[in-house]
Write a protein that binds this ligand. Structure first.
Ligand SMILES: Cc1cc2nc3c(=O)[nH]c(=O)nc-3n(C[C@H](O)[C@H](O)[C@H](O)COP(=O)(O)OP(=O)(O)OC[C@H]3O[C@@H](n4cnc5c(N)ncnc54)[C@H](O)[C@@H]3O)c2cc1C
Length: 316
């Protein structure tokens, strides 16, 4: 029999992974977190919409969360899971620091990354002037001049959504189709201006976003830009385990039940890796649910193991 080191290995130490690890540590489970250390919101200095933590640095939140996990017996290691495979008695996870760890169960909480339009100066302002989520950053730029850099069909609604925060919304179709028909009428009805042209550059002044320049040389002044990024789940552990997937209009994500259980026995997932809409509080909450479900499954397994060993003892 292979030696199992951990009850649970959590792959990914962002808000989802650490939330689950805290629950599991408190349940006195042997829990290891492997973390590559690149949470999705690392580009922003202030996190919003997370009750009790509004305005806090996301890195500071995760540092406190690590301390809390370690304070309850969990181990957090700076390492990336490279391959994850099923073995007879559990799972083997090979890491970049050339170790193989063995786990009874796995929680994948590896998050997602944002693919942005390739425009000069845009990625430099990601998280400080350029944003994706109105609920995270809309309040701070309320009543400002907000450009909506269109990337696809979702951008028209993003403009209408941001109109909730400001009456100075400027829609930049860029390389997408200019809204017409009902969409255009709805823009006009709510005072959303359309500024056609290919965006050549995002402009900054004294380290703050100041506007955009079009390829015909025109410039407009802006206080912020919102854009719908393409969200790519970092789900190689789930792909390696052949977890089933669901195709959504916003992308292909591994399928999970309401408790985060995947189609693979012994494997759960939570946070942005399986849910494009998961902000920090949702990631923390869904991971806590998954942790409860994992512990429940482990208790059932503990009962089976105890019965088996009693039966063996009785035959001696
Ligand atoms: C610019 C920006 C600003 C945001 N602002 C807010 C905000 O104000 N409020 C809010 O609620 N939400 C905000 N969000 C959303 C927030 O980032 C996500 O909700 C949150 O990060 C999801 O948590 P997670 O744990 O699922 O993933 P993450 O936080 O991305 O954590 C995943 C972790 O897993 C690690 N990892 C990945 N692959 C592996 C591997 N193979 N092995 C080991 N580790 C791995 C990563 O390096 C990372 O550390 C923002 C997002 C962006 C892009």
């Amino acid at each position: 029999m292979t030696k199992i080191d951990w009850d649970v290995v959590v792959i990914g130490g962002g808000s989802a992974g650490l939330s689950a690890a805290l629950m599991l540590g408190r349940a006195r489970r042997r829990v290891l977190v492997l973390d590559a250390g690149a949470p999705r919101n690392r580009f922003t200095a202030h996190m919003h919409g997370s009750l009790g933590h509004d305005g806090k640095s996301p890195i500071e939140l995760l540092s406190t969360a690590r301390d809390e996990v370690e304070g309850h017996g969990g181990v957090v290691r700076n390492a990336t899971a490279v391959t994850t495979r099923r073995e007879d008695d559990g799972f083997a996870i090979e890491t970049t620091d050339a170790r193989i760890v063995m786990a009874r169960t796995i929680l994948v909480a590896t998050g997602a990354r944002d693919e942005l339009p390739e425009i000069d100066g845009l990625s430099e302002r990601w998280g400080s002037g350029v944003a994706v989520c109105p609920y995270c950053d809309g309040y701070e730029v309320g009543n400002g001049r907000i450009g909506i850099l269109a990337t696809g069909p979702g951008s028209v609604f993003q403009a209408q959504l941001l109109r909730q925060w400001s009456d100075q919304i400027i829609y930049l179709p860029n390389a997408t189709e200019t809204p017409s028909g009902e969409e255009r009428s709805a823009f006009e009805a709510r005072g959303i201006r359309i500024e056609n042209g290919l965006v050549k550059r995002v402009l900054s002044h004294t380290d703050k976003l100041s506007g955009v320049e079009f390829d015909d040389g025109r410039t407009i002044e802006l206080d912020a830009i919102f854009t719908v990024s393409r969200l790519i789940p970092q789900d190689s552990p789930l792909r390696q385990l052949n977890a089933e997937r669901t195709e959504h209009p916003w992308g292909s994500f591994a399928t999970v039940d309401p408790n985060g259980k995947t189609s693979v026995d012994g494997v759960w997932a939570a946070g942005n890796v399986v849910n494009a809409m998961a902000n920090v509080p949702v990631s923390i909450g869904t991971a806590a649910l998954a942790a409860g479900a994992i512990n429940h499954a482990l208790v059932l397994d503990d009962i089976r193991l105890a019965l088996d060993s009693n039966a063996v003892a009785a035959t001696r």
